[in-house]
Each structure stands twice: as C-alpha cells, then as structure tokens.
Design a protein around this ligand. Sequence first.
Ligand SMILES: NC(=O)c1ccc[n+]([C@@H]2O[C@H](COP(=O)([O-])OP(=O)(O)OC[C@H]3O[C@@H](n4cnc5c(N)ncnc54)[C@H](OP(=O)(O)O)[C@@H]3O)[C@@H](O)[C@H]2O)c1
Length: 243
Amino acid sequence: MARDLPALYRVDDPSDIHRELALPDPPAGRPYVIVNVVSSLDGRATAHDGSAAIASRADRAVMRRIRSQVDIVLCGAGTWRRERVGAGLVTPSIGHDGAPRRAPRLAVAAGTQPLTPLDPRDTPSARPLAIVGADAPPSVRASAEAWADVAVVPGAFPDPDDILRAVGEVRHVLLEGGPRLLHAFLVRGLVDEMFVTIAPRILAGDGPRIAAGLPIDTRLVARAVYLYQSELYARYRVETVPV
Ligand SMILES: NC(=O)c1ccc[n+]([C@@H]2O[C@H](COP(=O)([O-])OP(=O)(O)OC[C@H]3O[C@@H](n4cnc5c(N)ncnc54)[C@H](OP(=O)(O)O)[C@@H]3O)[C@@H](O)[C@H]2O)c1
C-alpha cells in the first residue's frame, strides 16, 4: 500500500536531509536506540587508512543534526580510540518538538584494552561516561577515571542490555558504531532505527563492514531516502531481529 512506501527526496541543500527527524517515544524499559553510520557502496566502514573518513562534509552536518536529537552519543572502544568522537558534539539546541535540549553526553563501551582520553580540543558540557566490564583488566578502568564517570557492568565486555541500563534514564541513544558494537546491538535486537549514508565509493580491500561479527540477517524497512549529489541518506526501521 502507498503509505508503506518510503519517502524519496532529491535535495540540493544538505540541511534538508532527514528533515523529518522526529524520534518516537522510547519503548517500555529502555531508551529508543538509533544508529548513524556511513558506508561505501561495497559496505566498507573505513577508508584505506582505517579511519571513517568516507564521510563527506554534508554527512558530518547530518551527523550533527542527528546528534542534536538524542541524549547520549554512544560508541565502542575501537571507535573511541580511532576517531575524534567529541568533535562536532552539538551545543544546546532546539529539539524537533520545539523544546530546548542539552547537548548529548558521550558514552563509550570499553572492552579489554585501555581507553584513550578525550581529545583536548573537545570539551563536552557533560563528563563522558565510560562503561567498563567488572572482569575487564584494571588498566581499562584506570585509563578512564581521570576524564570520565565510570559505570561498572557485569562481565568482561559490556552487554548491550547493561550498556543501556548504565546510561541511565534517558529517552534517545545514538549508537555511532563501530562495526563490532553495532553487531552486538543488532544481535540483541536493541536497534530501533538506522540512519545509513551510502557514499558513492567502492573501496574493496580488507577493512571492516559497518557491522562486524558472526553472520546475522537483520531486515530493515526504508522509511525515507534522500539523494544529495551522489550520496544516499537512508533512514530504516529495524524490522526483524536475529535470534
Ligand atoms: N563508517 C562508520 O560510520 C564508522 C562508525 C564508527 C567506527 N568506524 C570505524 O570502525 C573502526 C573501529 O571498529 P571496531 O569494530 O573496533 O569498533 P567498535 O565497535 O567501536 O569497538 C569495538 C570494541 O569495543 C569494545 N566493546 C565493549 N563492549 C563490546 C561489545 N559488547 N561488543 C563488542 N565490542 C565491545 C571492545 O574493546 P577492546 O578493543 O578494548 O576489547 C571492542 O574491541 C574504526 O576504524 C572507525 O573509524 C566507522
């Protein structure tokens, strides 16, 4: 039926991308989780230098708009160590509902290796949150205590359910990857929507794809697709969840 078809837009101004950005109320018992990632046409999550530098200037502007709608910006330790995730954190803004919003808080899911401090050029308004497994090496917790609040959760690797509990009573969480943490969230059925930028590039090589881990088959339903120059900006609802 027509109402089930995604909206398709061709835009000339990047500020029109994802202009319908209202996020729904969270489900009972956990925040609403959205993902924003950029992929090459062949699914690569990283450029050949290992960074996520496949993003364009327009994509970064879209990232800031999406960040302005959430309470928490979350990533895995691999992304935290590799990218300047504190850059482009939005200052307080007006949410889609017209109400003022605070800048989102940064959160990182730590694993077994120490975390690096936030880049000194980035000064978030809220102290970041480092989520650390109780069985992780002590050096992991020690690496974060100077610059983050530390939440300790069971196990060595924080489980996605525990990560969502650790971020507190918030409404909207934006997971910005990377590939392994996204895979963990998909496996647990804890992603509600995905915003995927498809860069018009084919990279081949050995770098990770946007989700990395054992085979899964998560199905998505397109809600809106924007074409800006040769980049596609797609918004998907996650429909089925692997078991
Ligand atoms: N294209 C994009 O949109 C995009 C987005 C984000 C990142 N990236 C790129 O992705 C690369 C990083 O990839 P990645 O897979 O290492 O990043 P990641 O998913 O951000 O980090 C994985 C690490 O997070 C920790 N971790 C904590 N809880 C975990 C859990 N439940 N499941 C899995 N990991 C958990 C582990 O840390 P330890 O290593 O300490 O054990 C694990 O190795 C970077 O090159 C970055 O540039 C691309």
